[in-house]
Design a binder for this molecule. Sequence first.
Ligand SMILES: CC(C)(COP(=O)(O)OP(=O)(O)OC[C@H]1O[C@@H](n2cnc3c(N)ncnc32)[C@H](O)[C@@H]1OP(=O)(O)O)[C@@H](O)C(=O)NCCC(=O)NCCS
Length: 401
Amino acid sequence: MTSAKSVRVRAATEADRAAIVLLRETGFGMRYGPVELEEQGRLFPVERSLVAVDGDQVVGHTVDITMNVTVPGLQTVRACGVEGVAVAPTHRRRGILRALFTTQHARAAAEGLPLAILTASEATIYGRFGYETTIHDTVVRIDRRRAEFRATTPDPGGVTISTMEAAKSHLRQVYARWQQRTPGAQERPDAKWALLFADPDRNRDGATSLYVLLHADGYALYRRRYLDGRPTVVLWEMRAITTEAHAALWRVLLGMDLVDTVEATLAEDDPLPYLLTDPRAVTLTRRGDALWARVMDVPAALTARSYRHDLDAVVAVHDPFRDAGGTFALRVRDGIAACAPTSRTPDLTCDINVLGGLYFGAHRARDYARAHRISVTGPMVLDDFDAAFATERAPELGWFF
Ligand SMILES: CC(C)(COP(=O)(O)OP(=O)(O)OC[C@H]1O[C@@H](n2cnc3c(N)ncnc32)[C@H](O)[C@@H]1OP(=O)(O)O)[C@@H](O)C(=O)NCCC(=O)NCCS
């Protein structure tokens, strides 16, 4: 077995590209097609990759790009979007991920990024690096034949079918409008659009290529397949800016002939069940974490979003991985926060993970307190803290990475 000492971390170069692809394919147990290779390379350029090398062998990899993400209050935060984390099965559990992350997070801090975000293959990996689940989604199955709309559900129409080619600019415009009003959603780069439009076979899992439904204020992309022997619509992505667009698109999806089941991934607070007379027509099949976040710079991150309640609290934050913690005075007036280091005695103590968990509004501070992950000097400060961080709606991930 090679010792960790023989492994070093360095910036990748063009010459590492093929080895990085091999490592990623081995780590994730899949093969990229040619379009994916090209667009993935454009999306996450090799100059942003860090590799761990053992002699001339690439045995570890991580990469990141800066993502502009909408936060509560609808401002934008610049986040370090981490992707492609893989260590060779020949070299696992000897500290290579830790070494890569140490370098990568020092770089993100030097670049002044207040937040780091990632999607996780396993929930047990990233907590130790200060990350916490920050956006959840739910997978539902809808028994289409039981799905009857309430009399109060609007039926505005206005939905058309389209080819992907003809829909491209409309999808981009709708997404941009939706992203700016949706906490958790990132701007979507050209290369990610190209990947969506190319619709690689690997995304299909035996289903058809994407069908397109358009509305002036929304769109739905879906596939058709047999699931457990039943004809099924699999909703791939719906973006609806208005409640009318949401209802209009769902009326088409749930009105489709020759379909028994509709499967969809929804935001936690999607109002779909409220549109129907029989809420049991919508069955929850999975609730999962869509995004993890780590606060990199407490004052910069906490002042980048807005708040729903005034607050005066001294917060002690523990960060064993990066030492970005400390004690901070957090003051909120009319939604706007000021945050600075202080020597005052803390009212409230937590690890840095909790701030990542609270950041987009997916969790409540009072629930962390019930789980002994926030400790407080008194209930008043917890009430204010909880009310300040609470958000109007559940966050939603814009695109998976
Ligand atoms: C996950 C992966 C990157 C870990 O790399 P690694 O070099 O073995 O990790 P390290 O040895 O640096 O481990 C760092 C810490 O994380 C822990 N850890 C690593 N992978 C873990 C896992 N899958 N589950 C639980 N803990 C894990 C280690 O025990 C270690 O803990 P400690 O520092 O508290 O003692 C690697 O196993 C891998 O490539 N897996 C397949 C691809 C994948 O899932 N990538 C992640 C994509 S989000």
